[in-house]
Design a protein around this ligand. Structure first.
Ligand SMILES: *[C@@H]1O[C@H](CO)[C@@H](O)[C@H](O)[C@H]1NC(C)=O
Ligand SMILES: *[C@@H]1O[C@H](CO)[C@@H](O)[C@H](O)[C@H]1NC(C)=O
Ligand SMILES: *[C@@H]1O[C@H](CO)[C@@H](O)[C@H](O)[C@H]1NC(C)=O
Ligand SMILES: *[C@@H]1O[C@H](CO)[C@@H](O)[C@H](O)[C@H]1NC(C)=O
Length: 887
């Protein structure tokens, strides 16, 4: 029996003379043999669904001759090979008419120039060790483009004949690669996401606004007589805007190497090592590494930043801000600023008109380069109380930074420690530092020295002062930071006796990941709502109820909230009834347990749910597509006298499981009863007259603005009030910011730039007319948005690329009218979106340094109909009555 096995095991080795070849680690060349290949590589750019015919791109083809130069006598898999490229042709990648073909009639020599062609055709050497490229030798003087194209060819000689996963270097960088070998065929799959290379880009930290990519690279080798018979590679990269995957760009790169014939070639050279043989054959050959090197894209005839600014400055004037041209110019200017020096940036800042300057500050700050930050810090003087507008624009742009670093935070920390002329600016600086701490922590930088210092400052802030505005400032900074360490502080301040501390703390707790909200915190919030320890203002209790109901409430918590309804002050009661209905209607996470509790509560008494009042809570969908969903909510709480107490409008965006708090506009008012001769609610008799508004935009809480504070301020503003809304935030924001270099295996490189910009103007106001016994609150949002994606392959002799973009201009108004001459008062809320244009463009281009070019442009426009977002039926009925009585 054993003998049979032994025999069977012996047979293969007896009858297989090629075992040595099967054992080879990689391809082996024969001595005295010249292998002649044909080679071509193509690059194509198009939208994700594009076909080859419609793509922009080009094709390089040539002959490639390969021979063995030296082999280590003791190791057959240690070989030095020479590769020579010849008969180079550069041409169109798909069929094109002569008119649209930029390569028509062009010779390779006219395209590349004599010198570059000679460099490309100069032989180079590759040291192959066990099938891996361990040395790459060429002339140092050759341009990076030429070296990279040669590295691209070398990448097709790196192959192992056994299956397995390895980490190896090639033109793409250091990557994890999987080989699958079977019967003279080897498939190499490169995990491109693992590649580490010299050039790295950046992506927006907000996922919903980001760009996501998918790429793959597969090379199939066929082997014959121990060497490569063919190698066919295809690599695809698709980059898409997360919130609108239709806005995508695709880069396809292919390489094909095919053995044409073999003939007698040079003999092996003798030598000790590959390096010494290279030196003895050509002194000018140097080992330069196989990984692609950075190609400096030279900008021939490019505009200087100053020229660019002069050409576009009109589009930065305030009256252009509501049009898409404003964010479009903003994005293009950022590209120029990113290439400019501090001196050039300062020159532009100094030359700008007073009216365009705030928008220019947005662009310079959003650029986020060391030069742009340096220029801003030199340009602004924070000690000057008159420079508030520019200072705040700078601070907000820092807060919205797409990929902030420690330096920005350090700059703000320096500012906060220095002399600041305006108190508002001092507050904004600290509040924005909180936002930067959050962004840096999310990127893993929570232990950076500056972050640690700022964390300490804002965590110790609230307890370090008695000044109400300073405590608020620190609490708002902590609300931005989302530091887990701040949760106990928020729990403490939620129970404070100052209403504003409570509301900031409660709204901050609502922003945290639910896993961080402990039972102890929940107990605190419940205590506030149920007033177990102290009497709270109604708006504080409403905010507490929001936290309870949105923090995965237990059955008991829900039951207690339901039991409280019926015994609350009348407007709060109405608010809570409305809130419960909204949760059920919108199917929020708490709706299941709420439904169960309501069913189980036999004592449940529907009468309590039918209380009159004007307060309300409502949520709905704004947009719903396969890629993204936008929801809104609108909560309003009145005082018993009919004056607004708190209105809170929110817009959330979700995409692929990621959530973005796009907008929150909260208006708070109190102590206005004396003005209209009404009786204040119980427990609210001593509140100072106040109205103000605070906004949170793209996850960043901004400094609240005050409409008026105190009775005399109210009276003076009452009589001078022009009805002009007050600006909360205005300017240009860089939302999406993705920059990436895609190193292709062919040695070519694609640069991808996706940017999204927004021109925004949010303002709000409150008017009270004693004569008509009517009050009106309005929040006006104006926005123009542009998203562009630009992918370019730029080599010294040809440039090709594509640009996808879309733009829209939108406005959303939210107006509440209250007539308080009778009770229950008439309240009408309107949330209107006007019809807005949506435009989409696709441009593909190819051009030669001679100026010859081809551009294909496609566009598509539509109008998105306006609408009034549905609120509750009761509201619609009331609006009818309000406008009837107006007529
Ligand atoms: C390039 O265009 C020409 C016509 O101008 C066509 O004959 C040729 O086949 C095209 N090349 C490729 C690779 O499709
Ligand atoms: C902040 O101030 C320190 C000390 O004055 C200085 O060394 C540093 O360069 C400043 N950083 C920035 C970003 O301005
Ligand atoms: C909340 O935290 C948990 C655990 O850290 C995590 O798995 C989850 O994704 C987080 N949720 C959100 C919405 O970030
Ligand atoms: C896209 O890139 C090309 C080449 O760099 C440039 O000419 C064009 O202006 C860019 N477009 C945008 C929107 O940046």
């Amino acid at each position: 029996m054993f003998a049979v096995f032994a025999l069977l095991l012996c047979i293969p080795s007896l009858f297989s003379p090629s075992t040595t070849v099967a054992d080879a680690a990689g391809p082996r060349l024969m001595n005295n043999r010249l292998y002649r290949f044909s080679y071509n590589t193509e690059v194509l750019l198009d939208r994700a669904k594009g076909s080859k015919e419609g793509s922009a791109g080009f094709r390089i083809s040539s002959n490639v001759d390969v021979n063995l130069v030296w082999r280590d006598p003791s190791s057959k898999d240690d070989q030095l090979i020479q590769i020579a490229i010849s008969k180079v042709r550069i041409e169109n990648v798909s069929v094109r008419s002569a008119k649209k073909n930029i390569f028509h009639d062009a010779t390779t020599q006219s395209l590349l120039g004599e010198k570059m062609l000679a460099a490309l055709e100069r032989p180079f050497m590759v040291h192959l060790k066990n099938g891996k490229v361990s040395g790459f030798y060429c002339y140092k003087t050759e341009s990076a483009t030429i070296k990279n194209l040669k590295r691209g060819v070398a990448s097709l000689f790196q192959v192992q004949t056994s299956s397995g996963k390895v980490i190896e270097n090639d033109v793409s960088g250091r990557c994890t690669v999987k080989y699958t070998a079977a019967q003279g065929r080897v498939t190499r799959t490169k995990a491109l996401e693992t590649c580490k290379s010299a050039e790295i880009g950046f992506n927006t930290y907000i996922q919903v606004l980001g760009v996501s990519g998918e790429s793959n690279s597969v090379t199939v080798f066929t082997l014959e007589d121990g060497f490569i018979k063919s190698a066919v590679a295809e690599e695809t990269h698709v980059l898409a805007v997360s919130a609108r995957r239709l806005t995508a760009a695709k880069v396809v790169s292919s390489q094909a190497l095919t053995l044409v014939n073999t003939e007698a070639g040079p003999f092996e050279a003798a030598g000790k090592s590959a390096a010494s043989v290279v030196k003895s054959l050509d002194e000018k050959l140097f080992a330069v590494g196989v990984t692609a090197e950075k190609v400096k894209s030279q900008c021939k005839g490019c505009q200087s930043l100053f020229e660019h600014w002069k050409a576009v400055q009109k589009q930065f004037e305030p009256d252009s801000l509501s049009k898409a041209i404003a964010p479009r110019s903003f994005l293009a200017l950022i590209q120029s600023i990113r290439k400019a020096s501090k001196t050039e940036i300062l020159q532009v800042l100094k030359s700008a008109s007073k009216t365009a300057l705030p928008q220019l500050v947005d662009a310079v700050t959003s650029s986020q380069t060391p030069a742009s930050l340096g220029a801003m810090l030199q340009f602004l003087n924070f000690a000057d109380p008159k420079g508030v507008v520019l200072q705040e624009r700078f601070l907000y742009a820092c807060g919205f930074a797409s990929h902030p670093n420690e330096r920005i935070l350090q700059a703000l920390l320096n500012i906060s420690k220095g002399k600041i002329g305006s108190n508002d600016i001092k507050e904004s600086t600290v509040i924005i530092m909180g936002a930067l701490v959050n962004k840096l922590c999310q990127k893993g930088g929570c232990e950076l020295p500056t972050v640690v210092e700022v964390k300490k400052m804002i965590l110790e802030g609230p307890d370090s002062t008695q000044v109400e505005s300073d405590v608020q400032m620190y609490l708002l900074a902590l609300k931005n930071s989302l530091l887990p360490e701040a949760i106990p502080l928020f729990a403490k301040y939620a129970e404070s006796s100052v209403g504003s501390y409570c509301t900031i703390s409660l709204t901050a707790l609502q922003r945290y990941n639910l896993t961080l909200i402990t039972d102890e915190v929940k107990r605190t919030v419940n205590r506030v709502y149920h007033q177990n320890r102290r009497v709270y203002e109604k708006n504080v209790r409403a905010a507490a109820a929001d936290v309870v109901l949105s923090s995965n409430p237990s059955y008991m918590e829900v039951k207690n909230v339901l039991l409280s309804i019926g015994n609350l002050p009348k407007e709060l009661n109405k608010y809570m009834v409305s809130k419960v209905k909204d949760i059920l209607h919108f199917d929020m996470p708490a709706s299941k347990i709420l439904r169960q509790a309501m069913k189980d509560m036999l004592s449940h008494n529907y009468e309590r749910f039918a209380k009159v009042g004007s307060s309300s809570a409502y949520s709905g969908f704004m947009t719903r597509t396969t890629d993204a969903t936008t929801t809104y909510s609108l909560d309003i709480l009145y005082s018993g006298s009919g004056v607004l107490r708190r209105s809170n409008m929110n817009i959330y965006g979700t995409s692929n499981g990621a959530l973005l708090h796009g907008l929150q506009v909260a208006i708070e008012a109190q102590g206005m009863e004396s003005l209209i001769g009404a009786k204040p609610d119980e427990g609210e008799e001593d509140l100072e007259s106040f109205a103000g508004m605070s906004a949170l935009l793209f996850d960043v809480q901004l400094r609240p603005v005050t409409f008026f504070k105190g009775y005399s301020d109210l009276m003076s503003k009452m009589f001078s009030m022009s009805g002009e809304p007050m600006s909360v935030v205005k300017g240009l924001i860089l939302l999406t910011d993705h920059s990436q270099t895609i190193q292709l295996q062919s040695g070519l490189k694609a640069s991808a730039e996706f940017q999204g910009g927004l021109a925004i103007d949010i303002s709000g106001g409150m008017e009270v007319s004693l004569w008509y016994r009517e009050s009106k609150t309005s929040v006006n949002n104006r926005a123009a948005m542009v998203v562009t994606g630009n992918v370019t392959v730029d080599v010294d002799f040809v440039r090709t690329g594509m640009e996808v973009s879309f733009e829209m201009e939108a406005s959303l108004d939210f107006i509440t009218t209250v007539q308080f001459s009778e009770y229950p008062f008439l309240v009408c809320m309107q949330m209107d979106k006007v019809t807005f244009p949506f435009r989409e463009y696709l441009t593909k281009y190819e051009s030669l340094p001679s100026g010859k070019n081809y551009v294909s442009r496609k566009g598509h426009k539509e109008r998105v109909p306006g609408s009034e977002f549905p609120l509750h039926q009761e509201n619609s009925d009331m609006c009818k009555r309000v406008f009837e009585s107006d007529a």
